[in-house]
Design a protein. Sequence first.
Length: 427
Amino acid sequence: MNTFTIVFLAALLATTAVRLWLARRQIAHVLAHRDAPPAQFAGRIDLAAHRKAADYTITRTRFGIAALGVETALLLLFTLGGGIEALLDFWHGRLAPAASTELATGSELWSGVALIVSVFLISAIVDLPMAWWRQFVIEERFGFNRMTQGLFFSDLAKQAAIGALLGIPTIAAALWLMERMGEAWWLWVWTFWCALNLLLLFIFPTWIAPLFNKFTPLADDALKARIEALLERCGFAASGFFVMDGSRRSAHGNAYFTGFGRNKRIVFFDTLLSRLQPQEVEAVLAHELGHFRLRHVLKRIMLMFVLALAFLALLGLLAQSPWFYAGLGVSEAGDAQALLLFFLAAPVFAFPLTPMMSLLSRTQEYEADAYAAANAAATDLVSALVKLYEDNASTLTPDPLHSLFYDSHPPAALRVANLQKLAAGAG
């Protein structure tokens, strides 16, 4: 057996074992605290809502365990199970010139595109029943689903069309650069990938998002005036305030910024506006403004670009190593195989980075909370968060280790305690 095969299997076993262990800890911890909300939420979250959040978290975590099993099996099927090798033979036999022992350049590129698209398509087909179950069984059971079957499949068709229109040319361009740009191809691919991501950030608000949701200008003049005053205090400019019809799909509420430069938009879910008071909306928005004013968005984009550069540089070395292909069940070296195998195997080896990325995100959430407390009322942000925790059935008692690994936001009890300290300091 190839040495790298042993390393890969050991890493996969360790990663899967840790993920299962953390999931079991989460279930046990949430279940143990199901019958009593934390003391600081007494009088704010009733017992029925707390139990609903616990049951929702446990159900989703158990489903995540089943999804992990499918994900792991599919990874092994594609790699050591010979799936990629079989797809490679299939497309070579149909796209390569029959009379040639060596693939023509165009045929090789498009057989590589077909190989990668086939793996994505098979993965999407395998995930489809799980996505349907999440939406129409789990979300339905806990009262969050507002989506119809027709809308579900309509979204799916739109996503597939956008994926094909954007994904196929992107894959073809990446493979062309890998073939034509010599040993430094990875630098060219990285440059192309960064430019593409910036372009998508720019066009998403006005070209892609409206394909799925309706965005209408904020009609509440009083709330709009309050938001404009906040933006003026914070020195922030946006191209508009919009309400999104999130209630078409889910009862969950949210708010977000999208775009960059002069194309920035502030978007509120209609479910959020129906639940929060104007001062609470202002506090939530002040928190989101904090991410921009403290350059969290820019820092995350730059970190993403740096990590992508490091991963592509590593792929540049691995693509020249026969043991890399053989260790993952592929006998023939090639650009498409290298790209595909790397992005299938990389999450297994990158899993130890998960808690570090989560820590960075939680640190930035605390910083944004502090910014909100300085530009709005911390008590209003607390009351808004409590409503959102209740409406979204977010558990108030996550397992500490599970939260340490995965949670992008601080646990509810710690976050509220921190905001209360900020409110006391302001007072």
